[in-house]
Design a protein around this ligand. Sequence first.
Ligand code: AMP
Ligand code: MG
Length: 496
Amino acid sequence: MTKSGTAATSLDRLQLQHRYADLGPVFGTPTAPTPLENPHLIHVNKEVMALLGLDVAEATHPDWPSYTTGSKLFAGSVPLAMKYTGHQFGGYNPELGDGRALLLGEVENSGKHWDLHLKGAGKTPYSRFGDGRAVLRSTIREYLAGEALSTLGIRSTRALSIVGSREPVARESMETGAALIRVARTHIRFGHFEYLFYTRQLDAQKQLVEFVCAQFLPEVTGQPIQEQAEALLRFTVQRSAELAAGWQSVGFAHGVLNTDNMSIIGDTFDFGPYGFLDDYEPGFICNHSDHTGRYAFDAQPGVVLWNLNALAHAFSSLLDAEILKDCLGQFQPLLIEHYAGLMRAKLGLALKDDGDQQLCADLLQILEQGQVDYSLFFRTLSHYTGERPAAALEALVSPSQHAVLQDWLRRYDQRLQKEKRPAQQRSQAMLATNPKFVLRNYLAQRVIEAAEAGDYQPLGILFDLLQSPFDEHPGFEDWAAAPTDTGKHLPISCSS
Ligand code: AMP
Ligand code: MG
């Protein structure tokens, strides 16, 4: 239903608003897309169509390639390259902005607003040395990641549709151009506020604070600007802490946590060389250009806090140092509490117990030392009923760790006795928390290679599995398997 309660709308009637573009020229530059030539449709996301109030019967509409490259614009669209800056690998870069993407506008449906953002739209005033394009490989990776995280309950941008083309695009080798329409509640990043702060455009910065608060914190609308700024910073700290906890709990490494890739509302944003853990490896670095491990898996919570510090510095034009410190001080307790809750759910523990944190930490140590597949272990544990010798679990752990695993299982059995839920109910809850299907790099690679050869069927299969990753999907066991040794640690380029 649309906001007026009418039936779903057609593609040609989708009406866009452009409140961000209306903020003024400081915030970006109106820019026409440069459509890819002869694009062909690869996939349309029916769930996202429904979010936007689009009639899913329109998934076969012949104009998807035109809309997904910008040769046709949705009604009311004002394409705009957004201006932002940001800290990249710890250094400030004043030159950033949408270099290959355009904000098309926003759709209002059922009281919610959704930005549509065309990625791979051609050059913009902020392209610097770039070609304004995205390649098929990275477009597919972004398309899948949004679904994989959302269905695991982690806030993320998603995408409406993807197209491919034959346009050659040079990366480490020659690839082909592709595009997607990214969908998010907002495209405002930490870097938007950094830009306005470092260029001393402080009235515009206040305007942006009010703009974000009006959308996400309506309860502070009309209050003095300091109060709005404080509410916004607290909100961003809270959402970012929840986000980091979520990533750590599902084994997701983002790979490029620069402040221009951090959403002000705590969505996972801008997918590059991300990776889901196969073996539980805390120091996992998914980006092969990240030589120091700045964005390693276990460094993420610390880096998110570093990024929040950078954001807080940009808010120092509005808030006293004491308040900034207090807002940032919320991060760690929120992170710990949220992570503990998520890990308890993975372990099937509905009640809180003092020993839970240690129980979890000890398990993670076994998984690390036993080179155990993270997702497979928790999925298998979801079926555990106290049997001995717990062969299914032992089979996942290297023999040198079998004895410590048995010790741990004895402690787990004792802990489960404190639970009130019947075992059957616990198992069901765990199976709805610990996915069978995970967006592993080797699977993404399989799908990408097929797509590069013109076969999009594997992409469709993986996409469907990731939209219901807790279901058994008999016949698709192959897609639930951990990689062989050669499928682990595939080098993932940060070029996109
Ligand atoms: P990313 O690494 O994708 O987060 O991008 C960092 C910055 O580089 C952003 O300002 C992007 O818009 C810009 N950028 C990345 N790739 C390209 C490209 N191929 N052409 C133009 N700008 C790009
Ligand atoms: Mg980016």
